[in-house]
Write a new protein. Structure first.
Length: 87
């Protein structure tokens, strides 16, 4: 009789343990997804009109005045690629 009660208790604990494990795994996954969420880069790209050098500009930084390689005028990258698709 005692063994049967122990078996029932064991099954109950086993089931509760499995559920707790599932809950822990879910919480771990949810936490990881929140920390590893995709974020669109806020860097801006500029391209030199003369030599085509692409310059990355961090947020809160002003537009570069001139190209560090040839002192040409950098323009936003999208405009350059849209007006010159063969490049
Ligand atoms: Zn340049």
């Amino acid at each position: 009789m005692t063994a049967q009660i122990t078996l029932q208790d064991g099954t109950l604990f086993f089931t509760i343990g499995l559920l707790a494990l599932c809950l822990l795994a879910y919480l771990y996954t949810a936490f990881r997804e929140r920390t590893l969420v995709w974020k669109i880069s806020s860097h801006t790209l500029f391209s030199c009109k003369k030599c085509g050098l692409v310059i990355s500009v961090r947020p809160l930084q002003t537009q570069p005045r001139q190209c560090p390689r040839c002192t040409g005028r950098p323009v936003p990258y999208r405009i350059v690629s849209a007006s010159n698709p063969n490049r």
